[in-house]
Design a protein around this ligand. Structure first.
Ligand SMILES: [Fe+2]
Length: 298
C-alpha cells in the first residue's frame, strides 16, 4: 500500500524525519498483513497530527479519554466497540471486508449484546419468554443470491423489549434468557417465530461514549431493531439488523447501522388470524423478511 508522503503536506522536515524513522523500524514486522496495517495506521496518524497541529494538552485529553473507555470495559461491556460504532468505523470495516453484490442482504455491526449459546427453539415458537411488548410474528426465508434455500441455516435473533432493554441489562440470569433464541430454518430455508416489538433505546452514556457524544453530535439513540446472526456452513454467515420503519430516531442511529434495505414494515393487525394460523385476541404486528446470503466463490 503506498504511504502518504507527508513531506508534501504541512509536515516540517523534522516531522517527516520522525515518521520515516518510525516506518523504517516497523518495516521489519515479520507478518506481512500486520506490517502493512501498521505502516498505514502510523502514516495516517502522523499525517493527522501534522495537519491538525495537535497540541500536547489535546493529546493528553485523548489519552485520558481512552483510559476512561478502558475503565468501564470488561466482561459484558466493551466501550471501545461502542466508540467504534459511534464514529461509523464498525460499519466501514464491514463494508470493506464483506462487500455484497446487489440483492444480497448487507451486514451491520454485531453490537454488544450477542450471546453465542442462546436457547434453541422449534419453528414458530415464542422467544419472548413472557417479556412485555406488543406481540410480533416474524417469518421469511434464508436463501442465496440465486434464490436457492440455504438449507442448514440457523437464525439467531436477539432484541430489546418494550422498555428498550436486553435481557443482559436486566438482572441477567443465563438460565432464563429472554428476547433471544436460535431457530433452525427448514429445507426450504423457511424460518418463523413469535416475539414482541423491539423499542428504540439510548446507547450507554455514562462513560467515554457519553463524553464524546455530549461534546459533539448529541445523538445517542438506536432506532428499534431486531438483531440477526444467520449461521451456516453452506453460505457466508451474516450478521445484521432489521429496523422498524416507523421507529423513533430511524434517521439518527448513534451506530450508523441503518441501511435502506434493512428498514422494513412491521405490519399492524387488528385481533384475528395471524400468519401462522394463531387466533390473536389482541392487536399484533408482523414482519416478513427474506435474508439473501452470498456463497463463497459466487
Ligand atoms: Fe441492539
Amino acid at each position: 500500500m503506498p504511504q502518504p508522503d507527508i513531506s508534501k503536506t504541512s509536515a516540517t522536515a523534522d516531522q517527516t524525519a520522525i515518521l520515516n524513522e518510525v516506518l523504517a523500524r516497523f518495516a521489519t514486522t515479520p507478518d506481512p498483513r500486520l506490517r502493512a496495517i501498521m505502516a498505514g495506521l502510523i502514516s495516517s496518524l502522523h499525517q493527522f497530527v501534522c495537519d491538525m497541529k495537535v497540541t500536547w494538552p489535546e493529546w493528553e485529553q485523548a489519552m485520558a479519554f481512552l483510559a476512561r473507555a478502558a475503565s468501564v470495559t470488561g466482561p459484558g461491556r466493551n466501550e471501545f466497540i461502542a466508540l467504534s460504532d459511534s464514529i461509523g468505523i464498525s460499519m466501514q470495516v464491514l463494508a470493506a471486508s464483506q462487500p455484497k453484490p446487489p440483492g444480497a442482504t448487507v451486514p451491520t455491526l454485531i453490537g454488544p449484546f450477542f450471546i453465542e449459546d442462546a436457547p434453541l427453539f422449534p419453528m414458530g415458537a415464542n422467544i419472548a419468554k413472557g417479556v412485555s411488548g406488543e406481540p410480533l410474528h416474524v417469518s421469511g426465508r434464508v436463501i442465496d443470491t440465486t434464490g436457492r434455500p440455504v438449507e442448514d441455516a440457523i437464525v439467531n435473533v436477539w432484541q430489546s423489549d418494550d422498555r428498550g432493554l436486553y435481557d443482559v441489562q436486566d438482572n441477567f440470569d443465563p438460565a432464563h434468557m429472554w428476547g433471544r433464541g436460535r431457530i433452525h430454518a427448514d429445507a426450504e430455508g423457511r424460518y418463523a417465530f413469535w416475539s414482541v416489538m423491539p423499542t428504540a433505546y439510548p446507547a450507554p452514556m455514562d462513560a467515554a461514549l457519553g463524553d464524546l457524544v455530549h461534546a459533539t453530535t448529541n445523538k445517542w439513540w438506536r432506532p428499534a431493531h431486531l438483531h440477526f446472526a444467520i449461521l451456516t456452513q453452506k453460505a457466508d454467515p451474516l450478521v445484521t439488523h432489521i429496523f422498524v420503519r416507523d421507529s423513533a430516531h430511524i434517521d439518527e442511529d448513534v451506530a450508523f447501522g441503518v441501511r435502506p434495505a434493512l428498514i422494513a414494515d412491521f405490519a399492524s393487525h387488528a385481533p384475528g388470524m395471524a400468519p401462522d394460523g394463531t387466533r390473536m385476541e389482541t392487536p399484533f404486528r408482523s414482519l416478513a423478511y427474506d435474508f439473501v446470503l452470498t456463497r463463497a466463490g459466487q
